[in-house]
Design a binder for this molecule. Sequence first.
Ligand SMILES: Nc1ncnc2c1ncn2[C@@H]1O[C@H](COP(=O)(O)OP(=O)(O)OP(=O)(O)O)[C@@H](O)[C@H]1O
Ligand SMILES: [Mg+2]
Length: 470
Amino acid sequence: MKRTKVISFRLPLIVCLLTCGLLYCFSYLIESSFEKFSIQQNVSELNSVISSIERELIYFSPNDNRDELFQNLLLILTGHHHLFVYIIDESGKVLYRTRGPNLAVALKPANLEKIITEHGTTISNLNKSSYRIAASRVIVENDKHYTTIVAVGRDLQLEFITRLRNGLGLLIAISCVLALIGSFISIYYTQKPINRLIKKIEKINLKRLNYRIPTSSVPTKYISLVRAFNKMLNRMEDVFQRQRNFTADIAHEMRTPITNLTTQTQIVLNNARSTEEYREILYSNLEEYEKMSQMISDMLFLAQADNHQLVPNLIDIDLVSMLTMMCDYFEPLTDEKNITFNLEGNCSHIQGDKLMLGRAISNILSNAIRYTPQNEVITITLSQTSVKRVKIIIANPGEKIDSRHLPHLFDRFYRVDESRHRNGTSGAGIGLAIVKSIIQTHKGTIFVESDDRSTRFIINLPTAISPHNH
Ligand SMILES: Nc1ncnc2c1ncn2[C@@H]1O[C@H](COP(=O)(O)OP(=O)(O)OP(=O)(O)O)[C@@H](O)[C@H]1O
Ligand SMILES: [Mg+2]
């Protein structure tokens, strides 16, 4: 919660600072180019007036009629506003001056000389007004010269610049505030659907795991996020459901034999029995105990597989001889139904845990024998698919398994036909789950196919497992 708050303040602030910086640069550019332009304008006006005056003064001798000069000067100055001229001779006597500021006091003598020699200008403030001043000297006769000082008023320009600066400042301030408000609003509206989403997600708990966030209620850009989230919920619900079923199934599988044992014991205790009868009953109880103990060890095996605690004891295995041995082991069962094994193909040695792989294959074989009709053949095909992989196919004829069951066959406690289980012909339904764990521990894969011809379990195994995989 805190984190979102930090983000929602930081972003508008960044936007505001960026806007502010950008506008400041922009107004600095405008202001400085206007300033440059007005300086250029002033300087060129001063220069043009000075050179016109110089032209007049060059041809003027102190003995000449001044009226003509004054008239020409007047003509030069016509059209120039806020322009002031001051002409003095070498003794400091004023030859000509316009009405306005006394330019003789505006400059210190040293300053004046500097402007004249460097052909520069200077700024001076007189009577609360600012002027740009230029000066020049014209030598007319041997010792005589005239100094011209020309000034142009800068007040209007300065006022304009001040107004421009204030206006731009105000523009920056308003833009910053607007950027701040704008980004707050946009964040608010962007965050709104997310907050709604968060509220919906917060309502999901174990009891409401079947709830899915409707994609119609979220903006388009979040649809893929919501879909991914819903898919995650599907997976979670599936896992939880299986976990629940698993627990319920364990309880159920345990309850039946325990109830049987309890009832049987109660009946036996009701009357006195002969030693022979007690022995018989104890034997039958022993069978139930063994079944329960087998199931508990199966559960422990699966729990170990879940926690990745199964470490295969890798040795070289000759699959052909191992499978032959297993077929021999099942002979008593196959003889009963007159079923025969047909072992085909060949392959080199593989590395694996002999006990685990034996357990996996015997699970598949015992299923195959259970579901194969009498007088039929179970085919085991071995093949080397590549240098590094082998394939084992165990195919048995029999009733086709409906395709909707196939993806669940390796699930714990999953049985295709529950009623068959009730008849006592089927086991607990964890045999294939164990098979899958074993094959996965060996970095192999297993899948099942079933059609009218046969049901086939196809196992792919690597010939060697790198020790780093464990
Ligand atoms: N070869 C097969 N032919 C037809 N159905 C099969 C075959 N192998 C397995 N099945 C079906 O898959 C289900 C699950 O098999 P699995 O070996 O896991 O359990 P099970 O044999 O019923 O019990 P358990 O192996 O724990 O004693 C079986 O109940 C059966 O319905
Ligand atoms: Mg089985």
